[in-house]
Write a protein that binds this ligand. Structure first.
Ligand SMILES: NC(=O)C1=CN([C@@H]2O[C@H](COP(=O)(O)OP(=O)(O)OC[C@H]3O[C@@H](n4cnc5c(N)ncnc54)[C@H](O)[C@@H]3O)[C@@H](O)[C@H]2O)C=CC1
Ligand SMILES: O=C(O)CCC(=O)C(=O)O
Ligand SMILES: [Mg+2]
Length: 358
């Protein structure tokens, strides 16, 4: 059986400085189901939590990125996050058109300074893939770099998109990665970069990583670095060489999706965004899945497992363990497979199977 200990909850290096909000033994948690399949897969979580009597009260905001009309609701959801300090979210759609609003997924990370994205990619017995024994964690800088959102047209036909890199943010994400490695019994941290081309920006990231690595030398954690192109090839060819990986924002988005595909896809990989004050949990590969919205076909596992990471963050380890174990048992038994896993079970079938296992 795949034990839930693979989840990093215990070992999240930075617990919120102020702690979650709890009244009468019940935690209030901000819930943003999101666009696409968000409502369906957060319904799974609600049903499971209700079944185990989890001491969670949801403060739900049906924010949607489909139109910019949702902005005031988005701000209310952020106020709720600032009160509760813990949230669970699905993914918000972001239009591509130049005149449309910027990504609210990104705005959340910046407003809340939830600077470390953690995505876990681990092979599961019940999900046969090309490589077995994949087990690595992606630590992604979540608040700057290519996602700074600063772009302008300096001349018709000429656009400048600013990638902002700061030493302070490179340092804190590198520390997060080493602390994460230490707390989770990991052996090696790999810095992914493109410092051969972006000598100043990614050069700063890499140099800062190496300085931080020196400080952790006595802890016995190995470290190395790899250019992002080679990393992509190595991930597909020999993924077992990776343990903990740390990188700037956009590489993290891409590597998280390669990682998800290596172990079974976006429906099973959990994730979270952590900062000093707030923690927001969401599926690791971050997809809206508009194409299967409302069809009861989505795999809710990634969302359920992200919710168990949240429970552990709240110190509710017992409930987290039982839900995670029940979920992994359903996946590993192979008896209830959603379409992405090659079966024809529905979202509700999967949820019912988890509840039956509890
Ligand atoms: N929160 C965030 O950071 C992100 C937000 N987005 C937004 O999502 C929208 C579309 O994103 P795309 O990258 O095109 O991907 P997408 O939403 O089209 O998803 C890619 C594929 O994965 C499948 N999939 C995702 N989750 C699944 C699940 N739980 N079960 C079964 N299948 C699942 C989808 O059906 C689809 O075929 C864009 O608006 C984008 O801005 C995209 C990536 C990250
Ligand atoms: O926020 C979005 O709409 C896209 C962001 C994204 O792809 C990511 O950061 O992984
Ligand atoms: Mg993405």
């Amino acid at each position: 059986m795949q034990r839930p200990s693979l989840l990093p909850i215990r070992g999240l290096p930075l617990l919120n400085a102020y702690g979650p909000v709890k009244y009468g033994g019940v935690y209030t948690v901000t819930l943003i189901p999101g666009d696409g399949v968000g409502a369906e897969i957060t319904d799974s979580v609600k049903e499971i939590f209700e079944h185990v009597n989890a001491p969670i009260e949801w403060e739900q905001y049906n924010v949607s990125g489909l139109t910019s009309a949702g902005e005031s609701l988005f701000q209310q959801a952020m106020d709720s996050m600032k009160r509760n300090r813990v949230g669970l979210k699905g993914i918000l759609f972001t239009p591509i058109e130049a005149a449309s609003h910027n990504s609210w997924n990104v705005a959340m990370r910046q407003q809340l300074d939830i600077y470390a994205s953690v995505v876990l990619c681990k092979s599961l017995r019940g999900v046969p893939t090309r490589h077995s024994n994949v087990d690595f964690a992606i630590i992604r800088e979540n608040t700057e770099g290519e996602y700074s959102g600063l772009e302008h047209q300096s001349f018709p036909g000429v656009v400048e998109s600013l990638k902002v890199s700061t030493r302070a943010k490179a340092e804190r994400i590198s520390r997060f990665a080493f602390d994460f490695a230490l707390k989770n019994g990991r052996k090696k941290v790999t810095c992914v970069h493109k410092a051969n081309i972006m000598k100043l920006g990614d050069g700063l990231f890499l140099r800062t990583f190496r300085e931080v690595a020196e400080e952790y030398k006595s802890s016995g954690i190995e470290f190395n670095d790899m250019i992002v192109d080679n990393t992509s090839m190595q991930l597909v060819a020999k993924p077992t060489q990776f343990d903990v990986m740390v990188m700037p924002n956009l590489y993290g988005a891409i590597v998280s999706n390669i990682g998800a595909a290596l172990v079974g896809g976006p429906g099973i990989v959990p994730g979270c965004n952590i900062g000093r004050e707030y923690a927001l949990f969401e599926p690791g590969a971050r997809h809206v899945a508009n194409d299967i919205m409302g069809t009861n076909k989505a795999n809710p596992a990634a969302m359920i497992l992200s919710a168990t990471m949240m429970l552990r963050h709240l110190g509710l380890d017992g409930i987290a363990d039982s839900i995670a174990t029940a979920t992994y048992d359903v996946i590993n038994s192979g008896s209830v497979k959603t379409a992405d896993m090659g079966g024809n079970a529905t979202t509700t079938d999967f949820t019912a199977a988890v509840i039956k296992n509890l």
